[in-house]
Design a protein around this ligand. Structure first.
Ligand SMILES: C[S@@+](CC[C@H](N)C(=O)[O-])C[C@H]1O[C@@H](n2cnc3c(N)ncnc32)[C@H](O)[C@@H]1O
Length: 285
């Protein structure tokens, strides 16, 4: 088979018609709104996929993506391409102060020997889950009286692979993680050229990751949680989708459990079995 000329891929354009078709698929399958201004972004990000498939036009690509053969694989690639995975260690730090100062002391008093269960929903590359593990571990260094487990889920398989590796570049770790925690919970790569840090096994073994699409009917999670993070993902959905997602998350919250959303999101006007505790922080009634 002839190898497609890279110049043809460079010149390939995603027509409005093809973009609309992909945007409808994305909206139906992920709930993410794709306004027309995103066309150029999708076009440029999908070019890598054209190269991998040895295709020179979006005409061929869209045909393939909607064919019986291509649909399953391409849906996953399209999600990986369009999802915004921006995250950070200690992002929105007030949530981690609340965990340290309120949730953990409360749990420490009334856990009846049970482990604390945390769900980092839409966890991206795992920084939220790792931050949570560091905060809990620091607390347990003093109290030692319960175990914990964290489950991270995301729609993007590509980002979940990164999360599972637990390897982060220096420029992501160093500015965000206090020096004392950096030395305790990260191992610097032995190869100085790589400038990466890996989360220590002690924390990695407390976190498991799996794929979950918020658009699925039921989430089929294995258990209920004491704390659910659902931060900086609802903003991509329309209001009815947001409410449906949060209602489904509430099924997995233990009585008295907490759910936290991002500062640019809101539960106002939603019918939920929750009471507001602080801005962005809610508790199951
Ligand atoms: C901006 S990141 C937020 C990461 C983290 N929660 C934080 O606040 O830093 C949004 C994440 O939501 C995920 N996402 C988008 N649509 C989703 C869906 N339908 N189901 C599950 N995850 C989704 C994306 O893949 C992305 O990793």
């Amino acid at each position: 088979m002839a190898i497609v000329n890279l110049r043809d891929i460079y010149k390939a354009e995603l027509s409005e018609e093809h973009f609309d078709k992909l945007a409808r698929l994305i909206m139906n399958e992920t709930g993410i709104k794709m306004p027309p201004v995103k066309r150029v972004m999708v076009q440029s990000r999908l070019k890598k996929r054209l190269r991998e498939l040895n295709m020179s036009s979006f005409d061929d690509y869209v045909k393939y993506a909607f064919s019986e053969e291509g649909f399953q694989t391409e849906v996953v690639h399209i999600f990986d391409v369009i999802s915004t995975n921006k995250t950070d260690f200690f992002r929105e730090p007030v949530h981690f102060s609340f965990l340290r100062d309120i949730i953990l002391p409360e749990f420490s008093l009334g856990n009846n020997g049970k482990a604390l269960k945390v769900w980092s929903a839409a966890c991206s590359s795992g920084e939220e889950a790792v931050t949570t593990a560091m905060v809990i571990n620091e607390f347990l260094n003093e109290t030692h009286n319960f175990d914990y487990a964290i489950h991270g889920t995301d729609i993007s398989t590509h980002i979940l692979r990164m999360a599972s590796n637990g390897v982060y570049s220096e420029d992501r770790v160093k500015p965000a993680v206090p020096e004392i925690l950096l030395r305790k919970y990260f191992m610097k790569s032995k190869d100085p050229a790589r400038k990466t840090y890996r989360v220590v096994p002690e924390l990695r073994q407390k976190i498991k990751y799996s794929r979950l699409n918020f658009m699925d009917d039921g989430y089929n999670m294995p258990e209920k949680y004491d704390l659910i993070f659902c931060r900086n993902v609802l903003i991509y959905f329309d209001r009815p989708t947001q409410e449906s997602v949060v209602s489904k998350l509430c099924h997995y919250l233990k009585p008295g459990g907490y759910i936290i959303h991002g500062h640019s999101e809101s539960f106002i006007g939603m019918q939920l079995p929750l009471k507001a505790i602080r801005p962005t922080i809610f508790q199951m009634v």
